[in-house]
Design a binder for this molecule. Structure first.
Ligand code: PLP
Length: 452
């Protein structure tokens, strides 16, 4: 494709280096340029409208033109457009939000620490856990266990926690001391004759063996998303979290629940930890916290985590950590209003109800010869395509083609290998879910015609 000279696409290709993009392909083909958003839809600069089937990056819970968030941002900009929380400073929005989050926590939590992105939150968590281990006089207790296909971000530590090859290759990652255990994807990792529960027991046994091999006194924490998102929407098998938590409790290992995608309704309950009976020591939050109207993230920690850190900061005289933009008054005001909207409009319940319809519609496609698995919980799902018996198709090709057909037909999804993700805004209506499913069906028909 030749880009039209001086078009937005050509100028973007000339000056803008993109995230998660093949840079050479972008130079040639240019980007998709979006101009506006309304409800669950976005419109590009040619006037073509798409259902945003991924809510942006799993994040725009309240949809793309929520006026209440715009108004609250403008009001806060006019009143106090910026302040920080260094050296014991604070402001109303962040005080209200910290209190609100502690009140919402599904297990007793003690303090909230504010950051700007999910990556930064997880990076900070690891840093504070190291600080805590030193405070406790256990300097050897520093290793963190994550999972293959887990996603926790892209900064040096967070990318190390992430268990996906493209986040490590050529980046000299993961860092030493960050380990990855079995991915709890029954459909892919389960063995012949193994039940889901037996598979969950094997995942827990693998974790136990890793802890034993490394030395239990060297492991500080385990991190996991209640449901894996970017690794392909992996819903853990029955009894998985129960068994994992038994292992962690045995060795005094902290549990970090990365709720960056699951938090604030996505799994059909307010938090993914509630959906799966997880009792974390730390919870990472971002995305639907502000519906991504502002870069904003935070994590909560319980007293077991907080108290030794507080003691250490007292001993040293300061907690030597913080970000200029974190605890931002505009982000905090937006997040508070966003949480109010989620509660007032019953969006968690809507996610559960609309998710059930969406997942049923995707399940109905499993008879198609190109569909390997349909999986999901609440309003997050994936349809994984697979080459039929006897056909060799390179991994990722079916996913990319299907994603292309859906784009043509007006639906933005995300191909993660051959798994297509569906995670639309939580305001979606039944009619809109049906429209989304119609496009998936039509696109799958077109793909089937092309391949078979
Ligand atoms: N944790 C999870 C579960 C995520 O899905 C993501 C992003 O997709 C992150 C952390 C990283 O967040 P960010 O992209 O804001 O750094």
């Amino acid at each position: 494709m030749t880009l039209r000279p001086n078009s937005p696409e050509a100028r973007d290709a000339a000056y803008h280096m993109h995230s998660y993009t093949n840079a050479r392909a972008l130079e040639k083909d240019g980007p998709l340029v979006l101009e506006s958003g309304e409800g669950i839809r976005v419109t590009d600069n040619n006037g073509k409208s798409y259902i945003e089937g991924m809510a942006g990056l799993w994040s725009v819970g309240v949809g793309f033109n929520e006026k209440r968030l715009v108004d609250v941002a403008a009001a806060q900009m006019s009143k106090l457009p910026y302040y920080h929380n260094f050296t014991a400073r604070s402001h109303g929005p962040v005080i209200d939000l910290a209190e609100k989050l502690i009140g919402m926590a599904p297990v007793p939590m003690s303090k909230v620490f504010f950051t700007n992105s999910g990556s930064e939150a997880n990076d900070t968590i690891v840093k504070l856990i190291w600080y805590r281990s030193n405070a406790l006089g256990k300097p050897e207790k520093k290793k963190i266990i994550s999972r293959n296909r887990g996603y926790h971000g892209v900064t040096i530590v967070s990318a190390s926690l992430t268990g996906l090859p493209n986040n490590h290759r050529s980046f000299d990652l993961p860092l030493p001391g960050i380990l990855h255990t079995t991915c709890p994807h029954y459909w892919k990792e389960g063995q012949e004759g193994e039940t889901e529960e037996q598979f969950a027991s094997r995942c827990a046994a693998d974790l136990d063996a890793m802890i034993q091999a490394e030395g239990p006194d060297t492991i500080a924490a385990f991190i996991g998303e209640p449901v894996m998102g970017a690794g392909g929407v992996v819903v853990p098998p029955a009894t998985y979290w129960e068994k994992i938590q038994e292992v962690l409790a045995k060795y005094d290992i902290l549990l970090i629940a990365d709720e960056v995608i699951c938090g604030f309704g996505r799994t059909g309950k307010m938090f993914g930890t509630e959906t799966f009976g997880i009792k974390p020591d730390i919870m990472t939050m971002s995305k639907q916290l502000s519906s991504s109207y502002f870069p904003f993230s935070a994590f909560m920690m319980n007293d077991r985590v907080y108290q030794p850190i507080a003691d250490e900061s007292d001993k040293i005289g300061v907690l030597g950590h913080g970000y200029t933009g974190a605890a931002h008054p505009v982000g905090a005001a937006i997040s508070l209003e966003n949480l109010k909207i989620i509660e007032e409009r019953g969006l968690v319940e809507n996610a559960a109800a609309m998710g059930a319809i969406m997942r049923k519609g995707l399940d109905d496609l499993t008879g198609n010869a190109l569909v390997g698995e349909s999986r999901g919980v609440g309003l997050i799902a994936a349809l994984e395509l697979a080459a039929p018996e006897g056909m060799e198709i390179p991994v990722g090709q079916l996913g990319a083609k299907m994603s292309g057909y859906m784009m043509e037909n007006g639906l933005i999804s995300r191909a993660m290998g051959d798994a297509l993700g569906f995670c639309p805004p939580m305001i979606i209506t039944e009619a809109e879910v049906k429209e989304l499913l119609d496009i998936v069906g039509t696109s799958l028909d077109a793909l089937t015609k092309e391949i078979l």
